[in-house]
Design a protein around this ligand. Structure first.
Ligand SMILES: *Cc1c(COP(=O)(O)O)cnc(C)c1O
Length: 219
């Protein structure tokens, strides 16, 4: 697949779901990809990218941002509290707000920096022990706590368990977002974005289907 194949496929899925054209944002997930592949996608005009690790993004994006205007960066991986400031300076969106300690840290840094990325709360819809995210039954209370801190929470994010039908997870996330008046849904990856768009995803996070398989980093 290529970038334009994915863009066309997203349009077809939107149409099939009876949704407005362009209502799904495509985040190209460039983690661990060699620079020349990322550059190729930038050269095709795409500007919205996702990364999993603050360190890796800090090493590669400042120079891309110097060469290309209007780059929009999304943090998709877990955020350690001690990297909050660096993440907030680098990213326009953080998809992995998942605990009160981090919410408080982001609020403190927001006051210090005078700016704040837009935020998604990650929900552990599959209740998996090894996965980050707040439990679905704690979502309403956590949204309220973030609002009390005046954080710019715009939506919810999930990563369904690999061995389950993702649609049930996507629809659970949509219900949680709707009842909390959150307009954005970050859900769907290379393997399941059609189901996510059918369930109302406003952001899909697609890596390998655009860039090819991830090349493991050299030791
Ligand atoms: C890696 C990753 C993606 C993209 O995965 P692909 O299967 O390559 O599309 C999306 N979301 C998150 C949180 C990821 O870590």
């Amino acid at each position: 697949m290529s970038l334009s194949d994915i863009q066309n496929s997203i349009k077809a899925e939107e149409k099939q779901a009876g949704r407005a054209q362009g209502s799904t944002k495509l985040i190209a997930v460039s983690k661990v990809q060699p620079d020349e592949r990322v550059k190729a996608v930038l050269d095709q005009g795409h500007r919205i990218f996702g990364e999993n690790r603050v360190q890796e993004a800090a090493a590669k994006w400042p120079s891309f941002k110097a060469q290309y205007d209007d780059v929009e960066l999304h943090l998709l991986g877990p955020l350690q509290t001690n990297k909050t400031r660096q993440a907030m300076e680098l990213f326009d969106y953080i998809h992995t707000l998942d605990r009160l300690k981090l919410a408080k840290r982001i609020a403190t840094m927001r006051d210090e920096l005078g700016q704040c990325p837009k935020l998604f709360i990650q929900v552990n819809t599959g209740r998996e022990e090894q996965k980050a995210g707040i439990m679905p039954e704690d979502a309403d209370a956590f949204v309220a706590e973030c609002r009390a801190l005046h954080l710019p929470v715009i939506g919810l994010m999930c990563i369904p368990p690999v061995d389950e039908d993702p649609s049930a997870h996507f629809s659970l996330l949509r219900d949680l977002a709707e009842r909390n008046d959150l307009p954005e849904l970050s859900m769907g990856m290379s393997g399941d974005y059609p189901a996510a768009i059918a369930q109302g995803a406003t952001c899909v996070r697609i890596g390998s289907a655009i860039f090819g398989e991830r090349v493991p980093p050299k030791a």
